[in-house]
Structures are given as C-alpha cells and as structure tokens.
Design a protein around this ligand. Structure first.
Ligand SMILES: Nc1nc2c(ncn2[C@@H]2O[C@H](COP(=O)(O)OP(=O)(O)OP(=O)(O)O)[C@@H](O)[C@H]2O)c(=O)[nH]1
Ligand SMILES: [Mg+2]
Ligand SMILES: [Zn+2]
Length: 289
C-alpha cells in the first residue's frame, strides 16, 4: 500500500494511506543503509507477520532538507516576527540558502504585524527586498488571503525561531487547534512548544508541515565559491566584477561590493554574506590541515 509519512516519533512512522493513518516501523535494511524515513516521504507499507506494518520502500525524494529534516518540499515558509522574538537574521539567511540549494522556493512570512515595531518591519523589508515577503498576523489574519494563494497546490514547510508563530499560522490555515506557546518576557525567547514535525492537509492539493523552532543551523557541504549563487540580489551586479570568478570578497573592482557600499544592495546582509563566506573558507582550510 502507498502512503505519505505525516509524523515520526521514536522510531514509529505515521503513514497516511487511502485506508487511514497507519502506525509503522521501518524495515531494518534502511538503518543498515544509513537511510532514515522522513516526514514528507512517499512510501510503500507492507503488513508483517508480527503485527506491525512496516515501511518497505521509500520513493525517490524530490529533495531533502536537514533542518528541519523533511522531504519533498516545494516551498519554505521562513517565519519571523515583527516584534518579539527579535529576528535572528543569520538564521533567516541560512534558511534561504538551504531552500535555494534544494530547489525550494523561500518565502519570508513576517508575522505579528498586528503588533509590529515599525522600524523593525522596515528593516526586515529592506534587508530582503529581493525576496518574496508576506506581511501577516495570526491574530488579525491580515495577509492570509495572499498566503493561502501562495501555498495553494504545494507542500510547504514552516521554519524559524521558536515563538515566531509557526503553529499559530498552521492553526489558521488548517482550521485546527494545536498547542501554541508563549514568549518569555524576560528572555524574549520562545519555549519550544512544538516538539514534533507534523504534515497536515490544508485542502485537496495543499499540504503544510509544522516544525519545532530552532536557532542554530550550520551550513554543511557548501564550497565558498558556491555561496554567492544563493544571494539573488547579487545577480544584477556580479557580471560587472573584474574577475570572472569573483567571490565578492577581497577582490579588486568588485561590482557587488561597490553596490553594497552604495546601498544598492543591503549592506547588512552583504556583511553577513562575508561572515558566512569566511566561515566556509576557514572550514575548507581546516580540511587540509
Ligand atoms: N500578537 C500576535 N501574537 C502572535 C501572533 N502569532 C503568534 N502569536 C503568539 O506568539 C506566541 C508563540 O506562537 P506559536 O505559534 O506557539 O509559535 P511557534 O513558532 O510555533 O513556536 P515553537 O513551536 O516553539 O517553535 C503565542 O503566544 C502566540 O499567541 C501574531 O500574529 N500576533
Ligand atoms: Mg510551534
Ligand atoms: Zn565581485
């Protein structure tokens, strides 16, 4: 029987099939091969003699992202808050990179616009001016018509820091009531209310995955010279650099760096590009030490 994994907990997988949701284990061969079934996987389920249904096959994945660890995603909804918790911009940058590397469309959802800090909202919008941005509120439902339109017919995944409102958004989209958290007044951080990855159906053709919030994401297996291709705003300028293979770092006559200095490209985001680039260059160096 065919189905899709909608939840994974402690070695059990919940697979949605035409006959309902089946609780399954994974065949031992997957562990031996170092493969882990993921939420989003399309699988084949077989009945075993010991009573458990088992996942015997995983169909080829369209893509797989590491954090959150899910598969077969069309769109990454990167949620950030226009008030608290304060955005972790490096995390947003890394999520954009993770999406683009895997052929997933990143969409920034600025939530809590009902209580937005005006200057923060403007800052976010100017840093990511070249990206798809939706201004929404899970309280007033502002912007949800555009959001629904955007995710129609797709499998989307909510990602971002704890307490930005991922589950609140999901609850509205799916018309359900999953547990939402609070932000601590003192630390302004969330409490990691959502603990599982869950795939839910919005309508016949749209699916959405809620994930636990996180703050650390390391970029793995990216070559320094590859990084620039995940910054859309560099593209109009990159062709004018003196060096064809310019990394927009310390090279002379770099059109991207000039654009950042002149404010044509957001300078703060360019600065984070440089930090990340240096991190990757150092990683490369250490490989050969
Ligand atoms: N004012 C306002 N508060 C919101 C909005 N969306 C969510 N909240 C509040 O923000 C807090 C966190 O919301 P959650 O939906 O639990 O956030 P989350 O991103 O799922 O957090 P984790 O599951 O910990 O990753 C709750 O107190 C919500 O009521 C919004 O649009 N406006
Ligand atoms: Mg949540
Ligand atoms: Zn350059």
């Amino acid at each position: 029987m065919h189905g899709q994994i909608i939840k994974a907990i402690n070695g059990f997988y919940y697979v949605k099939t035409v006959e309902g949701i089946m609780e399954c284990k994974a065949k031992g061969k997957f562990r031996l091969d170092g493969i882990m079934p993921l939420v989003g996987d399309h699988v084949v389920v077989e009945k075993e003699d010991d009573g458990y249904d088992v996942i015997s096959q995983i169909e080829k994945r369209k893509n797989e992202i590491i954090r959150p660890h899910v598969s077969n995603i069309d769109m990454l909804l990167i949620v950030l808050s226009a008030k608290t918790p304060k955005p972790d911009f490096m995390l947003v940058d890394k999520l954009i990179i993770e999406a683009k590397r895997n052929d997933i469309e990143p969409v920034l959802c600025i939530n809590k616009c009902d209580i937005a800090k005006a200057d923060l909202l403007e800052d976010i919008k100017s840093q990511y001016a070249d990206y798809n941005i939706l201004e929404i509120s899970a309280v007033t439902k502002q912007g949800f018509d555009s959001l629904k339109e955007k995710i129609h017919g797709k499998t989307s995944c909510l990602a971002g820091q704890s307490a930005v409102g991922k589950t609140s958004i999901l609850n509205i989209l799916c018309d359900i009531e999953r547990e939402i958290g609070t932000t601590s007044k003192k630390t302004e951080r969330g409490k990691h209310t959502t603990r599982e990855v869950n795939l839910l159906q919005i309508d016949e053709s749209s699916l959405i995955i809620d994930t636990p919030g996180f703050s650390i994401l390391s970029v793995e297996n990216i070559l320094p010279e590859e990084l620039m291709q995940y910054y859309e705003e560099f593209e109009p300028y990159a062709g004018n650099c003196y060096y064809k293979m310019c990394m927009h770092y310390k090279e002379p006559d770099c059109a991207v760096k000039d654009a950042a200095l002149q404010g044509k490209i957001n300078n703060i985001r360019y600065g984070r590009y440089i930090s990340l680039l240096e991190e990757l260059i150092n990683k490369e160096k250490r490989k050969y030490d």
